[in-house]
Design a protein around this ligand. Structure first.
Ligand SMILES: Nc1nc2c(ncn2[C@@H]2O[C@H](COP(=O)(O)OP(=O)(O)O)[C@@H](O)[C@H]2O)c(=O)[nH]1
Ligand SMILES: [Mg+2]
Length: 264
């Protein structure tokens, strides 16, 4: 989806941020594939002190490759918090583009070049499962229904046109993240993605969706939980109500018909 045309401009140095919690069996493979797909990019692993030793493996990989960096956090604090920390790290270091990518192989690193080239004419590119050409492989029917439902709910509640606002494979320009008030973001779980999408749209920036093939993880366990779903449900409802109140307060006044008739 393109809301407006944006002139093409360079996207700068790329940081691919990969949050991890217990991804020991997935990390080496995903990092190697990301390195191969975008050799000039740096990879930042943000690990929340995974009990399975993912953080130690990340350090080992980083020791052998200057393009791999690791941010260690003390305890599991949710996907949103991990990304905020990763974004802060990359913004401080002057990267022009910040990519979000899961560690479990659901996001194919081979799609990276397409996301990055779409960003040349956008402020945010969302890898989308729910636009024509988007594909979901091996996802349990229940997860597909949840994702489709959550996206329809978000579109209706928030009045945005993005079809995969919950999608977590995306590329931001650094300037986009500087413009949307990251320091006020409180979303912890998956509604973090919706939160940042809404902020980007409301800032008048250009969001493009490019179709991706999303494949369910084959190794390790999902961190999706009921708490995460409820958080998203309530926060999206609150934002939707907030948007409507704001629009009704700032809407152009309805012309006063009696005055118009009198003045004719
Ligand atoms: N650092 C960090 N990473 C997390 C946390 N929760 C999930 N992740 C990572 O976020 C990515 C997506 O999570 P996943 O469990 O695959 O979610 P699903 O694909 O929606 O089932 C994976 O790389 C996880 O390891 C967290 O609390 N902290
Ligand atoms: Mg996953």
């Amino acid at each position: 989806m393109t809301t407006t045309v944006r002139p093409s401009s360079p996207i700068g140095h790329v940081a691919v941020i990969i949050p991890t919690y217990n991804e020991l069996a997935n990390l080496e493979n995903i990092v190697a594939r990301a390195r191969g797909a975008a050799p000039a990019a740096d990879i930042l692993v943000v690990d929340d002190n995974s009990p399975d030793g993912t953080g130690e493996l990340a350090d080992k990989l980083a020791a052998g490759d200057d393009h791999i960096r690791v941010l260690h956090r003390s305890a599991k604090a949710g996907l949103g918090a991990a990304y905020i920390a990763g974004f802060g790290w990359a913004l401080e270091r002057g990267y022009g583009t910040l990519v979000e990518m899961d560690a479990d192989g659901s996001h194919d690193p081979a799609d990276l070049p397409r996301l990055l080239s779409a960003l040349e004419t956008a402020d945010l590119v969302v890898g989308s499962r729910w636009v024509p050409g988007g594909v979901v492989v091996n996802w349990p029917r229940s997860r597909e229904v949840l994702s489709r439902g959550a996206n329809t709910y978000a579109r209706l509640m928030l009045g945005i046109e993005v079809h995969d606002a919950t999608g977590g494979y995306r590329a931001y320009r650094a300037d986009t993240l500087r413009a949307i008030g990251l320091e006020q973001v409180q979303s912890q779980g998956y509604c973090f993605q919706v939160d940042l999408t809404l902020r980007t749209v409301n800032a008048g920036l250009v969001v493009r969706e490019v179709p991706i093939t999303f494949t369910d993880r084959t190794i390790g366990a999902s961190k999706m939980s009921r708490t995460v779903v409820f958080e998203a449900f309530w926060r999206v409802a609150q934002w939707g109500i907030g948007q409507r109140l704001h629009r009704s307060r700032t809407a152009a006044p309805v012309p006063d018909q009696t005055t118009q008739i009198k003045s004719q």
